[in-house]
Design a binder for this molecule. Sequence first.
Ligand code: 3HC
Ligand code: NAI
Length: 679
Amino acid sequence: MTAITQSVDLDRRGRVAVLTVNNPPVNALSQHVRQGLRDGVKQAIADAGVGAIVITCAGRTFIAGADITEFGKPPREPGLHEVLELIEGSPKPVVAAVHGTALGGGLEVTLACHYRVGVKDARFGLPEVKLGLLPGAGGTQRLPRVVGVDKALQMMVSGDPIRADEALKHGLIDEIVEGELTAAGVAFAEKVLKDNRPLRKIRDLTEKVTAARGKPEVFAEFRKSVARQTRGFRAPENIIKAVEAAVNLPFDAGIKRERELFAELLTSPESKAQRYFFFAEREAAKIPDVPGDTPAKDIKKAAVIGAGTMGGGIAMNFANAGIPVTVVEVAKDALDRGLGIVRKNYEATASRGRLTMADVEKRMGLITGTTDFDAIKDADIVIEAVFEEMPIKKEVFAKLDGIAKPDAVLATNTSTLDVNEIASATKRTESVIGMHFFSPANAIATAMTVGRRIAKVPVLVGVCYGFVGNRMLHQRGLQAEKLILEGALPHQVDKVLTNFGFPMGPFAMGDLAGLDVGWRIRKGRGTKSPVADRICELGRFGQKTGLGYFKYEKGDRTPIPDPEVEKIIVDVATDQGITRRHITDEEILQRLLYPMVNEGAKILDEKVAIRASDIDVIWVYGYGWPVYRGGPMFWADQIGLKAVRDKMAELQKATGDAFWTPAPLLKRLADEGKGFTSS
Ligand code: 3HC
Ligand code: NAI
């Protein structure tokens, strides 16, 4: 075995040369990997004793793509294109032998090879779109030539990988192999040599792309079919353009077009935000004081208390991950109603073809409903989702304390209540999730692990009113309410946010969630929100009553502006002596989002969030902040914190409202010329 570079070895198995990439953790195509591949292939070509070459990887996966940390830095030789041209032009057959995931530049390496084999669990994909990019090393040109235009578009625009059996079906791989992978790759290469198979260069294949040649309607139709899910993103359109080039231009001209389209994306603000977010999401898993190897409890059984909106949904997440879950309710009818909704949700998914009825039954079979609290006694984790009232929560936790296993994790799903106070109802505060009282590492590690197992992106935050997400949302809500009194209308306010990239604005969101919820909380607390209160007094609770801030046609969720609401708004404004005026979209955006950024700064100062990027992860995953704008804190950094602070100060001066006082951290970073997510 010869080390070509620190991450690539060359070995000989008879007349087959084996190049093994070993660049943990995911064999990304760092400079030394590219150089190792290039020099290794050159050596193997030069070696008269070598008949064929196998490229494979050590560790947990095949090459998972370009090294994302190298983006934005000066390029270093050799470029990936050069390496791939060398592989494809090799006079000796090159076989890629894949395990784990061949992603992005990794899949592009395999597409430059003459043959591809993979183990049964291998997955193949071009996820560049998720980083706001397109496959920039020939992927947009080669993939359609192998799997056809439709499949290639679908794979590259979704970014989702496909399994080995599907890859085989579409001709992306030549064989699914068993046993030790290197040996299987070598055996396949031997077969190629023995049968004297041709050097199959994908660049020369045309069969699967000619059908779409000169047919712009193929692409127009595809654009239409993905318009909703790709709104606001820049990469999908460039991917489609690149595939059009693959269909209509000779290979080398197509590669040139791909390069141009790639370069455009690489410098785009959308890609910058999405690459930032890729690392932000992974960073969120890292908790200071909780080392990565902290043992997390293996969750074999879960329990959920309450089968309402949240309880039912949480139980589904466990069932989806194959974990049996017991759902406890106070009364039989509430339980039946809750589980009935769970079943209806599953059946709706099945009716859209995304689950089979057998899956529905299997998942329902993992959910056991009961009114007997004793049923939680063997659960490894209990998640409480009962009414948002402290005395009820405390009563439930006191009960759980008496029944749950000593080492069970007790979690509360509360939106706003003090977790420490809830925990005080138990004699095992250290098992209740919350940070202020030194919740021990394994409770946190278990909660984070179970979160990932049920396909969530967990983010650890401290205890405060509304935690991170709702606390910031509240600031936005206060301004939304003010804006409509001063002159904007709900649909204008909402439109500014949907144009920004949110799936909906604050008023449509209120209608969806139910306006009665906030009304009850306000009544309980003795606070008022004049417009919302009047709307509720008319029995307009949002979508569920067909009327809220907007009106709704039966069976349709499209919000329609309602003159009746406009009248309420104008009346309240008159009562309060407010002269309504025209408000620009820019003012709306700043007044809705800057207070969120300011609140985020306070949250960071109070150490309720560990880092600014965690806040961004919460907003992108939890509240529909468009990922191509990174998250509120990253977005503020792009504007420049000085500009944000100055605008806040200007509004404070103009209104005399302390609401606009810039948070100390915002002020300090602005003075120092720094950002929240960068220094
Ligand atoms: N470059 C640099 N670092 C990478 C990386 C990459 N392409 N992919 C993953 N990493 C790092 C992660 O940041 C993480 O680092 P950390 O441990 O310090 O946090 C570590 O590798 C492990 O990653 P995960 O925690 O995500 O590990 P998983 O096992 O959960 O997932 C994976 C593995 C499926 C490979 C996942 O990491 C992934 O999806 N990676 C990105 C793949 C991708 O987008 N590739 C395309 C790159 S763009 C490209 O190739 C352009 C080309 O067309 C020219
Ligand atoms: P919900 O009112 O839909 O459901 C609560 C359920 O708990 C009801 O079915 C009720 O019968 C049951 N329940 C009440 N007391 C109980 C007891 N002692 N034992 C067992 N079951 C009991 O409420 P929802 O919306 O599901 O909220 C639950 C919790 O989740 C609250 O703390 C809420 O703040 C929080 N939450 C709610 C979100 C939402 O969007 N609805 C989002 C995130 C958190």
